[in-house]
Design a protein around this ligand. Structure first.
Ligand code: BTN
Length: 327
C-alpha cells in the first residue's frame, strides 16, 4: 500500500508552508471538506505533525516528502542503467529484510525494498530497529552472489563504508562521520545508521545476500535506550529521503555489483580512515563473556584486532563492542 494520489496532492500543498483551511484544500484538490478531514486524521494517526487550528486551518510542522521510486531512479541515473532491479515500496511492512528473505531470488537481478514504516524492524543481536512512519530510510537490497562465499567475510565492513561515502557525496561533512566496527555509522559518539546483513547459502558458490540499512534521517524524538542521532538532529534541516536513498543505492550498486576479493581488500584500506574504535579501550561480548582490550584496527578479513592487557593480540570476527569511558 502506498500514499494515494489525494494524500500526495494534500502533502504537496501543505509542503509549501503556512496554514490552509479545509475548504481551500478541498477546492484545490477537488474533493469534499469531509474527505480532507479524513485524510488529515489518518496522517496524524501515523505520527505526521499537523497543526489543526479553527481560525487558520491545517499546517504541516515539518515538510514531508513521500518516498518515490521514480524520483529515486531519476537521481540514480547511470549507475542503475545496467542493473536489472525489481523495486518494492510499501507504506508499511513488518521488515524490509524479512520481505526480501521470503522472495525467490532471480539470477542477475537485484531486489530493492523500501518502506515508509516498519512494524517489526529488526536490528543486530535480535534487537528491534525503531522505524517510525515517513521519517527515516529503511532499505534492503538482495542479490545472488556467485563467487566464493568465503570472500563475503568483509562485506559487512564494505557496506558500512558505502553508506559513509554516500553520506559524504550527499554533503555531510567528513570530519563528523565515523564507522564503529563492523558497520555502525556514528556522528559525534552517537549512532546514525545500522546494517543488518543476512546470508543464506544455496551452495558454496550461490549465496543470497540481503543487506538491510536503517538510516535515521528526520527523526527528532524516539524512545531508544542507546545514544542515537539523526541527520535532522545534527543540522536542524529536514532532509530529502529520495535524494539520500539515491546516493546510498548508487554507491552500493557500484561497489557491490562486481564485488571481488581484490575490491574488498582495497575498500577495507579506506575503512581504516573512519575507524571510530581505533586505540580506544573497549569491551567485546563473545559467547556471553566480555573481553577487554585496546582496539587496534582490522585485519584483511575485516576482523577486529584487540590488544589484551597481557600484551597478546587477538582478532574477533563477530560480537558487540562497547567503548569503556574513563571515569
Ligand atoms: C543494527 O542493529 O544496527 C542494524 C539495523 C538494521 C535496520 C535495517 S532497517 C531496514 C532493514 N530491515 C530490517 O528489519 N532491518 C534492517
Amino acid at each position: 500500500m502506498l500514499f494515494n494520489e489525494t494524500t500526495r496532492a494534500l502533502l504537496q500543498i501543505l509542503n509549501r508552508g503556512g496554514a490552509y483551511s479545509g475548504q481551500a484544500l478541498a477546492n484545490e484538490i477537488g474533493i469534499t471538506r469531509n474527505a480532507i478531514w479524513k485524510q488529515i486524521e489518518s496522517l496524524k494517526k501515523n505520527g505526521i505533525p499537523i497543526l489543526s487550528n479553527r481560525q487558520t486551518g491545517y499546517q504541516l510542522l515539518t515538510p514531508l516528502i513521500p518516498l518515490d521510486i521514480d524520483d529515486i531512479k531519476a537521481e540514480l541515473g547511470k549507475t542503475a542503467n545496467n542493473t536489472d532491479i525489481n523495486w518494492h515500496l510499501f507504506l508499511d511492512i513488518p521488515s524490509t529484510n524479512g520481505f526480501l528473505k521470503s522472495r525467490t531470488v532471480e539470477r542477475d537481478t537485484w531486489d530493492i525494498c523500501l518502506a515508509e514504516q516498519q512494524l517489526k524492524g529488526r536490528g543486530r543481536f535480535n534487537r528491534d530497529w525503531h522505524s517510525p512512519f515517513a521519517q527515516n530510510i529503511y532499505c534492503s537490497i538482495s542479490w545472488m552472489y556467485s563467487g566464493d562465499s568465503s570472500d563475503l567475510s568483509g562485506l559487512s565492513l564494505v557496506v558500512g563504508l558505502c553508506i559513509l561515502e554516500a553520506l559524504l557525496s550527499y554533503g555531510i561533512s567528513s570530519h563528523e562521520l565515523m564507522i564503529k566496527w563492523p558497520n555502525d555509522i556514528y556522528i559525534k559518539d552517537k549512532k546514525l545508521a545500522g546494517v543488518l546483513i543476512e546470508l543464506s547459502a544455496e551452495s558454496h558458490y550461490q549465496t543470497q545476500v540481503i543487506v538491510g540499512i536503517g538510516l535515521n534521517v528526520n527523526m527528532s524524538e524516539a524512545n531508544i535506550d542507546k545514544n542515537w542521532t539523526s541527520l535532522c538532529l545534527e543540522d536542524g534541516q529536514t532532509h530529502n529521503r529520495n535524494r539520500l536513498t539515491s546516493a546510498l543505492l548508487s554507491n552500493l550498486l557500484y561497489q557491490l555489483s562486481d564485488y571481488t576479493k581484490e575490491k574488498k581488500n582495497t575498500l577495507l584500506k579506506s575503512w581504516q580512515t573512519y575507524d571510530y574504535l581505533y586505540n580506544q579501550s573497549v569491551s567485546i561480548q563473545r559467547h556471553g563473556n566480555p573481553i577487554a582490550g585496546i582496539a587496534k584496527g582490522i585485519n584483511e578479513n575485516g576482523d577486529l584486532i584487540l590488544l589484551l592487557p597481557s600484551g597478546e593480540t587477538i582478532t574477533c570476527s563477530s560480537g558487540e563492542v562497547s567503548v569503556k569511558r574513563e571515569k
